[in-house]
Design a protein around this ligand. Structure first.
Ligand code: ZN
Length: 179
């Protein structure tokens, strides 16, 4: 296992639609283990492959850092099958340092996907787990939570990033657990 570099906004890999995984080989297996380690080290509650520069439809999510690993999800080619209700959550993202904003998403979802053992599974989720799964699946479609907030707030963040870039700085890592 190894830590991977987390790409941050405005890197182009984050706006690309990721490709479905056709075969699970050793390289996908080690990518997934690296993603898990990188997510815990960051720390964050979820990570999508494009965030580590790999444009493939793979996500890892663990919303319970008290009992790390117990509820860890590793999903290949995840798809949202059902969604209803709504939830507002103050979201952050490992690829969008130093910024959070309230995002409205479906309050209950059913997601299907494949495990590392090529078993198809279906997960019903509410609360933070529903938020995290939708956030990570957005990454696979080249979307950031910045795309789901008002233009005003988004422009504010973009201006801040450009200013830091001009000063040759990158935004420092956040202390709260981003998705
Ligand atoms: Zn994210």
């Amino acid at each position: 296992m190894a830590l991977r570099q987390i790409f941050s906004f405005p890197d182009a890999v984050l706006t690309k639609k990721a490709l479905p995984v056709a075969n699970l080989t050793g390289s996908e297996a080690s990518l997934i283990e690296d993603m898990v380690e990188t997510m815990y080290a960051a720390p964050g509650v979820g990570l999508a492959a494009p965030q580590v520069g790999v444009s493939q439809r793979i996500i890892v999510v663990d919303v319970d850092h008290e009992e790390r690993g117990k509820h860890l999800l590793r999903l290949v080619n995840p798809t949202i099958r059902e969604q209803d209700g709504s939830i507002v959550w103050e979201e952050g993202c490992l690829s969008v340092p130093e910024f959070t904003a309230e995002v409205t998403r479906a309050g209950r979802i059913v997601v299907s996907g494949w495990t590392l053992d090529e078993e198809e599974i279906s997960i019903e989720a509410e609360g933070l787990l529903a938020v995290a799964l939708q956030h990570e699946i957005d990454h696979l479609d080249g979307k950031l939570f910045l795309d789901r907030i008002s233009r005003l707030k988004r422009d504010l963040y973009k201006r801040r990033v450009r200013k830091l870039e001009r000063q040759g700085k990158t935004p420092p890592a956040r202390s709260r657990l981003p998705i």
